[in-house]
Design a protein around this ligand. Structure first.
Ligand SMILES: [Zn+2]
Length: 252
């Protein structure tokens, strides 16, 4: 009985998604854009909780400024606000790793249902909602996958809950934000190597390597043919031309 109801709810969500899919495709940058960030303490860790308690909108203002500045390079005047919302207790469904297309569809439905049930109230209608999954820095490596759905404008972002990582976390949040507005990754998904030319901050530089910055959707700065470094702060990244086209800052 309950299983049938759940399937029915999922099918309804699928229908709503299908109807809204077209409408969601192009974000209107002419109006003010609200990105809501909801933190989650993934490991129930006291130190991570202390970190979350210290966070406020000031930490994310850097992303606001960055997006505005990057849009300006493409002659777009963007008004964007990153709002830091209340903490969410319930953890979103885990993103499948190395799963097939069916796993991805099922996860996306489960995640939409989770969002529908757990999203906190907001004073403005969010254009994008990101659940910030803060992990304990003791983990060293994050194996969880971050994902943002363009259709539905929701995402999960995996971050370390320590102030040492705040600048780096902002790179990851900006990257996932642009996924939410339609940008694709600009690196080889198997090796992580930035793709040329679209994954290079300055593809026309001569010689082309080493690059000084990273393209935001490639996240890494290409140093040599097989060496690349993760961008540690937003200052080390730019939004490239293809990304600007995908999110609608340049007319296609
Ligand atoms: Zn990505």
């Amino acid at each position: 009985m309950f299983k049938n109801i759940r399937i029915l709810i999922l099918l309804c969500i699928l229908l709503i998604v299908a109807v809204n899919a077209f409408d969601d495709k192009n974000h209107n940058w002419q109006k003010a854009t609200y990105v809501y960030l909801f933190p989650i303490n993934m490991d129930n860790d006291d130190k991570v909780q202390t970190y979350i308690n210290t966070l406020n909108e000031k930490e994310f203002a850097q992303i606001n400024d960055y997006i505005k500045e990057q849009a300006k390079r493409y002659h777009q005047s963007v008004t964007i606000y990153y709002r830091f919302g209340e903490q969410v207790k319930e953890i979103p469904p885990a993103v499948p790793r190395n799963g097939g297309i069916m796993d991805a569809i099922i996860w996306s439905l489960k995640f939409r249902y989770y969002h529908f049930k757990h999203k906190p109230d907001t004073p403005f209608k969010p254009d994008l909602t990101l659940y910030l999954q803060y992990h304990s820095p003791n983990k060293h490596i994050l194996t969880e996958t971050s994902t943002a759905l363009q259709n539905g404008r929701i995402g999960v972002v995996n971050l370390f809950g320590t102030d040492k990582k705040t600048a780096n976390n902002n790179v990851v949040i900006a990257h996932e934000s642009l996924h939410g507005f339609g940008a694709t990754d600009k690196y080889d998904l198997k090796t992580g190597i930035p793709l040329y030319p679209q994954g290079y901050a300055n593809p026309s530089q001569n010689p082309v390597l080493p690059q000084k910055q990273a393209e935001l959707m490639a996240v890494h700065i290409p140093i040599s043919q097989d060496k690349f470094e993760m961008a540690r702060e937003l200052k080390q990244t730019v939004v490239g031309e293809l990304t600007a086209k995908e999110i609608g800052w340049i007319k296609k």
